[in-house]
Design a protein around this ligand. Structure first.
Ligand code: SF4
Length: 114
């Protein structure tokens, strides 16, 4: 992979981390994340609906054309502290296992308005 290639596309993943952004439910977003993210809904894993729930967000910095962040240097801590295991994965079996996880399905949880 050359240094200009998008590592996400290289790993046949592309949009798992940023479209949508997935955050454990009830996590307090920092100020940068609040400015960049818009809440979509609360979701559960189809394969394990009783595990922790996730809040999904769209991010205004995600570039649909390139699959890259438009403001990478100024991304929220939440993004800085997240690194996909596929980036450094050299083992083919491990790579397949991680990709399978990245393609998991979710369903939205209906939450009545209070
Ligand atoms: S700020 Fe950048 S890295 Fe963070 S979710 Fe948005 S597009 Fe992705």
């Amino acid at each position: 992979m050359n240094k200009n290639e998008n590592p996400c596309f290289h790993n046949e993943c592309g949009r798992f981390c940023c479209k949508p952004v997935k955050v454990r439910a009830f996590t307090q977003l920092d100020e940068k994340a609040k400015e960049k993210f818009k809440h979509i809904g609360r979701f559960a894993r189809e394969s394990c609906p009783d595990s922790y729930k996730l809040d999904f967000y769209s991010c205004k910095e995600f570039d649909e054309q390139t699959g890259k962040c438009k403001d990478y240097e100024n991304r929220p801590d939440l993004c800085k502290n997240t690194k996909c295991g596929l980036f450094d994965c050299k083992n083919e079996e491990e790579r397949k296992r991680l990709l399978k996880g990245h393609r998991e399905k979710f369903y939205e949880i209906y939450e009545p308005k209070k």
